[in-house]
Structures are given as structure tokens and as C-alpha cells.
Design a protein around this ligand. Structure first.
Ligand code: HEM
Length: 469
């Protein structure tokens, strides 16, 4: 009896020891990781070379699943790419500064992009307001004006001209953002062209994959940064002189009234200008590209514009009724994942997918993976997850997916992109102007693929024809 008791106690002790070891292991980052650690050169983090960090991380997820651990230089990092894991990170506001430091050279150290804690929350809350849905109602006439001037420019071209789409969208959106957000208007398109060149010089290694610039940070890059920021200095000075003549409804007025010091003001003017124009211009490029590729979808959008608008302009009152166009934009955001990642950090250990992620470890939110994960996006028996199909966003299909499977503007800590409503408004106004006048067609023989960087752009310029209806 006593031997049996002894054996039973020994069994219980062994079981307890086993459970403790197992539990410690489960919660430790020392245990075998979901994917082996990978090392890439620090210089490559944001460069194009193969898409840099965003592409690298997407590929890790495709191989190892929704949570991966990896190393860049000496920096240990985690990446998550599923709605279930996003839920566990939904409460975090702070960004890992290390991942965004490369932007500071251009945006300045006062940028919202690396502002954490109370200051970050203050900036995010105050500077989101001018882009809220009710505020957007003031912007339609300005957006129409620029959209119509684009159409007028097209009218001066010979019929069937081949038009470079990305270049035109970048210039158009630079003009729209300067007018709508900063109250800055100019007739001379050269200003926008020059600013686009400054952007390419300043961000060469980050967005445009200039490998030499990565290695040498050449003089051209520094000159580009100075010129790029100078335009925003001019814009702020101009507003300080003219704002009493106008109503104070622009983003720039909110910025100037926040009580920031001059450097912070400029850094956030540059930050919002950049974040707004390059993402939205790429969204529009991909959107018109898909409409050109899928003529039946373009016809359906045009029919909806006719039925809903009946010849009127888009406004806050009818915008939501354009449900099919919203579906097409959402599918564009999904398949092109314009902004392929976000990131967060916590100053205490956090549990993530059953692992303990140590305090201060940067955690990437791999939107580029979750937006194309076949688990949520394959239409059973028909389309693979990378294929363009706006029906994925019909009411019925949306019901069957977790909300965070579609988070192209981020999701965590109430720090979702401040400009997301504005991006829809810009896209819808422009598409409504273009499609009611032209059929958009792709020039034959192009092989367009994606380059994943900080934004996802086409490998080469996309050439289109705007054909009279
Ligand atoms: C297609 C268009 C756009 C896409 C896909 C996009 C995507 C994103 C994403 C994924 C983030 C990171 C969110 C996070 O950390 O969780 C972000 C942040 C940001 N976006 Fe956008 N964005 C777009 C347009 C805009 C526009 C139009 C503006 C300005 C009006 C803007 C301003 C910003 C700013 C300032 C931040 C940083 C906010 C902060 O640090 O608190 N974006 N955006």
C-alpha cells in the first residue's frame, strides 16, 4: 500500500515537472520558433532590393504561417499576419522607432510616425480630425477642380495617346493634397513635377530602390531632402500670410494652431504630405489599372455611377450609395496592398500566439500577408486569393470573414491611418470624373508586376489609353 502510494506520488511529481517544463518552454522565445531565424543586412531593411523587409516578411509568412520570428542585424523581431493574432495586438499604440528611423532623415525627428505615448496620441487625434468624414464634405469642389483640370489636359492630347498612369497620378495627387490639406494652389504644373523629382531623390533608396543610394547616401539624396522639405516651408509660410482670407478648414490650419514648435510643425507638414500623396497616388494607379484590365468591371462601375448620380457630382450624401465602386476600391487595396505593413511595440512582455514576446521587441503587422492569405480570400472552387474579384466584398462574403482580415489602413491602438476616409473620397471623385468621360484601356503587351517596398508600386510605368466614350 505504502509502495503504491510512493509510486503514485512519484508519478504526480514527474507529471508536475513535465508540465512545468512544457509550460516554461511554451512561453519562452528560446523554444524552436515557428520559422528559423533569418538574417538580412540592416541596409536592406527598407530598400527595394527584392522589396526589402516588407517582401522578406511576406515570404517568411508564406513559408512558416501567421507568426514568424526573425533577426535584422542584431535586432530580434516578430511578425504576425492573421486576424486572430492581430486581435491580441489590437490594444497597442506605440511604434517601434527602430523600424521607422530611416524615414526621419526626410520627415524630421518631430514626425508623428515615431511619436509614441501621450504626444503620439495627441498628434494622432488632433491631426486626424481634418480628414474625418464630416470634414471631407468641404473638399469635393477642390477635388473636382483638380480632377477636371486633369481631364482637360487629356483633351489636348492626340486621340489614343499612350499616357503614363503612375506619373500622372503622382502629380495629380500632389496637387490635390497641397490644395485640400494645405490651401496651396498653383497653376504651374512644374511645381508638382519638381516636387515629385525631389521625392524620388529624397526617398530613392527607400521607395525607389536606388541601390547606389543605399550604399552611399549620395549628395543628390541630401539635396533632394532639402528641396523636398523646402516646398513645405513655402507652403506653411504662404498659409501664415493668407489664412485670414479663407475659412480655417484645412489640415494646415489645425496644424498651425496646435502650439507645436516650428520644427515639429514642418516635420508633420512633411509627414502628412508624404503619407497622403504617395499612398493615394499608388491606390489610384492600381485602381485604374484594374479597371483597364477588367472592362466588364469598369462597365459595371460606370453603370452604377450613372444610376446613383444621375449626372450629379459625388458628395458626402451619395458617396456611400456607390457600393460597387467601394467594393472595387477595397479589392484594389487588398490585391495591391499599397501599404504592406504596420508595426507596434510594447514596454512589457506580451503573449502572442502562445509565445511570450519580450518587452521592446518590434512586432510587424504583415498586412501584405493577411490581405492575400488563401485562408480568408480564396473563393472556394473559383478564384485564388491573388486574383482581382470585387465580389469578395459583397455584403454576403464580408459576413463570413473576421473583420481584421481586411485592414489595409492598420488596426491597432486607435492608430489607424488618419487619412483613410479621405483616400476613398479622392479615389471616388476622380473615378467618377474619368469614367463618365472616358473608357480606360491598357496599352497592349505590358507585363505589370508588383514591387513591394514601403508602398507597393508597379515594376514599370503603366501605360493607358483614355478613349472617348
Ligand atoms: C491608399 C491610401 C492609404 C493607405 C493604404 C494608408 C495606409 C496606412 C497605414 C497601414 C498606416 C499605419 C497604421 C498603423 O500604424 O497601424 C498609415 C499611417 C499613416 N497614414 Fe495612411 N494610408 C493611406 C492614405 C493616407 C492619407 C490620404 C493620409 C493623410 C491625409 C495618410 C496619413 C497617414 C499618417 C500621418 C500616418 C501615421 C499616423 C500615426 O503615426 O499616428 N495616409 N497609413
Amino acid at each position: 500500500m505504502s509502495i503504491a502510494l510512493l509510486l503514485l506520488s512519484a508519478g504526480v511529481v514527474i507529471l508536475l515537472v513535465f508540465l512545468i517544463i512544457f509550460r516554461v518552454n511554451r512561453n519562452s522565445t528560446e523554444q524552436p520558433l515557428p520559422g528559423p531565424p533569418h538574417v538580412i543586412n540592416e541596409m536592406d531593411v527598407f530598400s527595394k532590393r527584392g522589396g526589402g523587409m516588407p517582401k522578406f516578411v511576406i515570404e517568411l509568412h508564406q513559408k512558416y504561417g501567421p507568426i514568424v520570428f526573425f533577426t535584422i542585424g542584431n535586432l530580434k523581431m516578430v511578425s504576425i499576419g492573421s486576424p486572430e493574432l492581430y486581435k491580441e495586438h489590437q490594444h497597442l499604440f506605440d511604434r517601434p522607432v527602430e523600424l521607422f528611423i530611416i524615414l526621419v532623415e526626410v520627415l524630421g525627428k518631430g514626425t508623428i510616425q515615431i511619436a509614441n505615448g501621450e504626444r503620439g496620441k495627441f498628434l494622432h487625434k488632433s491631426l486626424s480630425r481634418p480628414f474625418s468624414f464630416p470634414e471631407c464634405k468641404n473638399y469635393y469642389p477642390m477635388l473636382r477642380k483638380i480632377g477636371n483640370s486633369f481631364v482637360n489636359k487629356l483633351e489636348t492630347l492626340p486621340k489614343h495617346s499612350h499616357v503614363p498612369l503612375l506619373e500622372n497620378m503622382l502629380i495629380l495627387i500632389i496637387k490635390e493634397v497641397l490644395l485640400v490639406a494645405f490651401g496651396y494652389e498653383f497653376d504651374d504644373e512644374d511645381i508638382a513635377r519638381k516636387q515629385l523629382q525631389n521625392y524620388k531623390d529624397a526617398f530613392g533608396d527607400v521607395f525607389y530602390g536606388d541601390e547606389e543610394a543605399v550604399k552611399t547616401k549620395d549628395e543628390n539624396m541630401y539635396k533632394g531632402i532639402v528641396r523636398y522639405r523646402q516646398l513645405l516651408i513655402d507652403v506653411l509660410n504662404n498659409r501664415l500670410k493668407t489664412r485670414h482670407m479663407d475659412s480655417n478648414t484645412h489640415f494646415v490650419d489645425v496644424l498651425l494652431d496646435l502650439g507645436l514648435d516650428k520644427d515639429e510643425e514642418l516635420d508633420n507638414a512633411v509627414s502628412f504630405f508624404t503619407a497622403a500623396f504617395h499612398t493615394t497616388a499608388h491606390l489610384l494607379t492600381w485602381l485604374l489599372y484594374y479597371l483597364g484590365e477588367f472592362q466588364h468591371i469598369q462597365d459595371k462601375v460606370r453603370l452604377e455611377l450613372d444610376n446613383v448620380l444621375k449626372g450629379a457630382d459625388v458628395s458626402n450624401d451619395n458617396l456611400q450609395q456607390l457600393t460597387y465602386l467601394h467594393q472595387v476600391i477595397d479589392e484594389t487595396l487588398r490585391t495591391s496592398f499599397v501599404a504592406p505593413f504596420a508595426a507596434r511595440v510594447s514596454d512589457v512582455d506580451v503573449q502572442l500566439g502562445g509565445y511570450t514576446v519580450p518587452a521592446n521587441t518590434p512586432v510587424v503587422h504583415c498586412l501584405g500577408h493577411s490581405l492575400t492569405d488563401p485562408k480568408y480570400w480564396s473563393n472556394p472552387g473559383t478564384l485564388p486569393s491573388t486574383e482581382f474579384d470585387p465580389e469578395r466584398f459583397s455584403e454576403e462574403h464580408c459576413k463570413n470573414r473576421p473583420a481584421l482580415s481586411f485592414a489595409p489602413f492598420g488596426f491597432a491602438g486607435k492608430r489607424i491611418c488618419p487619412g483613410y476616409r479621405f483616400a476613398y473620397v479622392v479615389a471616388i471623385v476622380l473615378v467618377s470624373i474619368i469614367l463618365r468621360k472616358y473608357r480606360v484601356k491598357l496599352v497592349d503587351g505590358q507585363d505589370i508586376r508588383k514591387v513591394i517596398g514601403l508602398v507597393t508600386k508597379p515594376t514599370d510605368e503603366i501605360w493607358v489609353i483614355f478613349e472617348d466614350l
